[in-house]
Design a binder for this molecule. Structure first.
Ligand code: GAL
Length: 672
């Protein structure tokens, strides 16, 4: 188990570095990330490198026994570069270039920027690639952060045309895939195609979806440029980058694939505040913290979802590269953090699969945008609340070491998470409050409240470990996905498909087949009609199965689809006619289709039923709100995110967990 810290030696006089290094070691920290924004210090003028300060910082930290993660500084091109070569600047959808001033103002498709990036990274690697204390490299910082995932410059336009040529081969194929017969959009020359910027009204969703895919691929390629250099000049070192949890603009599976490990930046009081409006049901989506939880812990189920996605990118232990350890500066309220909360966040990360946690940051900065952001130390260099919490964790190190060495075997339930589906529904939600993440969260939250462990899974990933696979919506369903799902069911899996599944082709056209399109044969029923419903309208439900009687207590609302069963059995029907929930036996497997968008209570009822059908055991029964039950290999955890003691029953034992505290036990069954 490693704990570490993000450190900015360039912000402090060198004389202080020795004190800092000694204090880090005294606190038990072993990892330090440095360098990721220090390009102007490393190369103050073009081609003139200044390594003395960094040599000395690295020697000071290494001399104290610390290991280093070096960040490549490409998130912050220096002023001499942006002023001399303005073609590196990112251009927004309205055609306006971003200016120099903070960070992430560059375009990954600019050949000029690629060349200068390779230059600084190669120079760093030449200097430190073989340094024994430099154990890893972080590529850049938070790709896509600050709304920079998509650029609309001329370099991007040219690269987009090349990307389309490779994808479609011919203009005829592209015109057909995008449905360009609509509104005279047919292209007769590749040069006619431009990025779908904001100067066009009512853009083609196929064109836009491909631009989202292309933009994501551009970052993957830009990242690869740097990975190749690290592999070449620093063999054997760990390569990662820091992800942003539920950040939706880039395909995180693709970015994760070439990395040795995935890490993310966890700010429990900040991220959920931003994501809550995109996750909670309409009416519950304000930016105010849910009062169930203590005021300074954030919203743990949302944080859990971000941990789970990060873990699931490789289905392996991950790192938290930046862990909040006191108040942050970029939320609405930025609540102060009391002793105990930072420790709870570290345990939460560990329970979800973290193998290392690095605090952000060592010492609160005196400069610029993040002046009000805390660190382990106050501005004056004395210990802040997070430092004290870390000392508590050191006292628990034996147990932490054991847990952090544990693998992350797949959970019993997989939730299908597909970025192209997310983007397609973002482009055409049909109703403004239909969001892919919000829909997914209904199922995720229900499973968390039931205490049933769950992974997220890519449609291209290994589906076979999951007893239950839930596709809240398998929206863009081509032959490939249909085949993979059919194989999963043929292997004995239970598949639950939700509304809007199979509605579209991978290029974002509506299927010409009866719904759910490519998935119809799996479902054994046809969706005959669908409607988005205003809040006051509901379609009464009648359960045909006693075990699902509770589903009939409330009507279906929000989004409803009526099914006509073929081979499938009807489990719930609409009182007004048509099937609402069907089940199709296919060999050893089963396929359920849920024809309405369930609110939280109905989702819990349905998932508890499916868990019992598939033999999935909750970690604990009687889980009260605010208490999370998690599992990692043989370890089970109860984490209390409230200010009152809470009790639950894991494996038949009654356990009371103190406010903002954690309980760790060993599961009796090795089973998931
Ligand atoms: C992260 C970023 C850090 C710092 C931090 C502040 O998103 O990677 O550089 O800005 O937020 O909370």
């Amino acid at each position: 188990m490693s704990f570490g810290v993000c450190y900015y030696p360039e912000h402090w006089p060198p004389a202080r570095w020795t004190v800092d290094a000694q204090m880090m070691r005294a606190a038990g920290l072993t990892l330090v990330r440095i360098g990721e924004f220090a390009w102007a210090n490393m190369e103050p003028a073009e081609g003139q490198y200044a390594w003395d300060w960094l040599d000395r910082a690295i020697e000071t930290l290494a001399g104290a026994g610390l290991q280093l993660i070096l960040g490549t500084p490409t998130a912050t091109p220096p002023a001499w570069l942006t002023r001399a070569y303005p073609d590196i600047l990112r251009v927004d959808a309205n055609g306006r270039p971003r200016d120099h001033g903070t960070r992430r103002h560059y375009c990954p498709n600019s050949p000029t920027y690629q060349a200068y990036s390779a230059g600084i990274v190669t120079a760093m690697l030449g200097r430190y690639g073989a340094h024994p204390a430099v154990v890893g490299w972080q590529i850049d910082n938070e790709f896509g952060g600050g709304q920079t995932a998509r650029c609309y410059c001329d370099w991007c336009a040219a690269a987009f045309r090349r990307w389309l040529q490779a994808r479609y081969g011919s203009l005829a194929a592209l015109n057909e895939a995008w449905g360009n017969v609509f509104w005279s959009q047919t292209y007769s020359d590749w040069a006619q195609i431009a990025p779908p910027g904001a100067r066009v009204d009512k853009r083609s969703p196929s064109h836009e979806l491909d631009y989202f895919r292309f933009s994501s691929d551009a970052w993957v390629a830009y990242q690869q440029l740097q990975i190749d250099l690290v592999r070449r000049y620093a063999p054997g070192r760990v390569v990662t980058t820091n992800f942003m949890g539920l950040f939706p603009d880039l395909d995180q599976y693709d970015l994760a694939a070439p990395l040795d490990l995935v890490s993310w930046d966890n700010y429990p009081t900040g991220n959920p505040e931003r994501w809550r409006p995109r996750l909670y049901a309409p009416g519950r989506d304000s930016r105010r913290n849910d009062p169930t939880y203590a005021y300074d812990v954030g919203e743990p189920i949302i944080t859990s979802l971000a941990h789970a996605l990060t873990r699931s990118l490789k289905q392996r232990p991950f790192w938290v590269m930046e862990q909040q350890c006191g108040q942050i500066n970029w939320g609405d309220v930025n609540p102060g953090v009391r002793p105990g909360s930072s420790r709870l966040w570290a345990w939460h990360a560990v329970a979800e699969g973290a193998a290392a946690v690095l605090y952000f940051r060592w010492r609160a900065t005196r400069f610029a945008h993040e002046q009000y952001h805390s660190g382990l130390l106050h501005h004056d260099g004395s210990p802040d609340v997070g430092y004290g919490d870390h000392l508590r964790l050191e006292a628990e190190r034996a147990l932490l070491d054991e847990v952090m060495a544990a693998p992350c075997p797949p959970a019993g339930v997989g939730l299908l998470f597909d970025f192209a589906d997310l983007w397609a529904l973002q482009l055409q939600p049909h109703r403004a409050d239909f969001g892919y993440l919000r829909h997914l969260f209904v199922y995720y939250e229900a499973l968390q409240r039931l205490g049933i462990p769950v992974d997220l899974v890519s449609p291209a990933g290994d589906l076979s470990p999951y007893r239950l696979l839930i596709a809240p919506t398998a929206h863009l369903a081509g032959e490939a996905l249909a085949g993979r799902l059919a194989d999963y069911v043929a292997g004995g899996g239970t598949l639950l498909l939700g509304v809007r599944s199979g509605f579209k082709t991978p290029s974002n056209l509506v299927t010409a087949d009866p719904l759910p399109g490519e998935l119809q044969h799996l479902v054994g029923a046809t969706v005959t009609d669908w409607q988005s419903l205003p809040p006051e309208v509901g379609w009464p439900l009648v359960a045909e199965t006693p075990a699902l009687a509770a589903l009939g207590e409330d009507p279906a609302g929000f989004w409803v689809e009526r099914l006509r069963p073929g081979k499938a059995q009807v489990l719930v029907r609409y009182a007004g006619g048509g099937a609402a929930l069907t089940m199709n036996e296919r060999g050893p497997g089963r396929v359920y289709y849920l024809g309405w968008y369930p609110p939280a209570g109905q989702a819990r009822t349905l998932l508890a039923y499916l868990a019992s059908q598939t033999g999935l055991q909750p970690i604990a029964s009687d889980l009260p709100p605010g208490l999370l039950a998690l599992r990692r290999a043989q370890f089970i955890f109860l984490l209390n995110f409230t200010d009152r003691p809470l009790t639950a029953t894991p494996a038949g034992y009654t356990i009371t967990v103190a406010p903002r505290d954690v309980w760790v036990g060993i599961a009796e069954q090795p089973d998931r």
